[in-house]
Write a protein that binds this ligand. Structure first.
Ligand code: PGA
Length: 249
């Protein structure tokens, strides 16, 4: 099964209108790498101006609420970000699972809200350093997949991102062998839950991906792309990763 690689950026709580100039180089790189899908998740306030500025680039949100509307001060819904120009949303990022105490059930509801509102979802899972040290990494990640996989999941709109918490923003990455093993375990669980559809679903690796480690990680078995935080903030950091994916495709 050949799966197109997806290189997705995540600006987190960074950026500004002025910083959207970086998207020019990223959109140009995406256009010259038609073998690869490129996407970038932005703070909610930047979605509309970014989508207006770069209509051919897949702009996304970093989070959506599980409900479509209601008394949830400060939250945004999947329909709202779609209207602003988002084509997808990240759900269940470990920073939200930790900072906002999001449970697997919350993450599942958010993914289902994305599906209901016709935007894609990148659903994040990953273990903490303590869980890896005690040998629980795979059990934790598989439990997250089982608990947060939305009903009606289909490969076209859902992507899983495996992001070990200890690798995010730390400069430490999992080894390609560890990543391949975890992605294989995730895919086996997805097959159990979704049947043959699981073979078309992309599983990204995330956590301190840069030009220096992208080739080794993207070449590992069952790795269908990367979710990139820090290195996605500038075209200079992100474009070379898109080019590595193109060269491997
Ligand atoms: P990082 O972030 O690339 O800065 O480690 C990845 C992520 O949290 O998605």
């Amino acid at each position: 099964m050949v799966r197109r690689k997806l290189i997705a950026g995540n600006w987190k709580m960074n950026g500004s209108l002025a910083a959207l100039v970086e998207l020019e180089g990223i959109a140009a790189a995406a256009a010259s790498a038609p073998e690869v899908d490129v996407a970038i998740a932005l703070p909610a306030t930047l979605i509309a101006p970014a989508a207006y500025q770069e209509p051919d680039l897949a702009i996304g949100a970093e989070d959506v609420h599980g409900d479509d509307s209601g008394a949830h001060t400060g939250c945004v819904s999947a329909g709202m970000v779609r209207e602003a120009g988002a084509r997808f949303s990240i759900v269940g990022h470990s920073e939200r699972r930790a900072d906002q105490h999001e449970t697997d059930a919350d993450v599942k509801a958010k993914a289902e809200a994305a599906l209901r509102n016709d935007i894609g979802a990148i659903l994040c899972v990953g273990e903490t350093a303590a869980e890896r040290d005690t040998g629980e990494a795979e059990a934790v990640v598989i439990a997250q997949v089982a608990g947060s996989l939305p009903d009606g999941a289909a490969a076209g709109w859902l992507t899983i991102a495996y992001e070990p918490v200890w690798a995010i923003g730390t400069g430490r990455t999992a080894t390609p062998a560890d990543v391949a093993a975890m992605h294989g375990a995730i895919r086996a669980k997805l097959r159990e839950m979704m049947g043959g559809e699981a073979d078309s679903l992309r599983i990204l690796y995330g956590g301190s991906v840069t030009l220096d480690n992208a080739a080794a990680l993207l070449a590992a078995s069952d790795v269908d792309g990367a979710l990139v935080g820090g290195a996605s903030l500038t075209a200079a950091g992100f474009v070379p990763i898109i080019e590595v994916a193109r060269d491997l495709s």
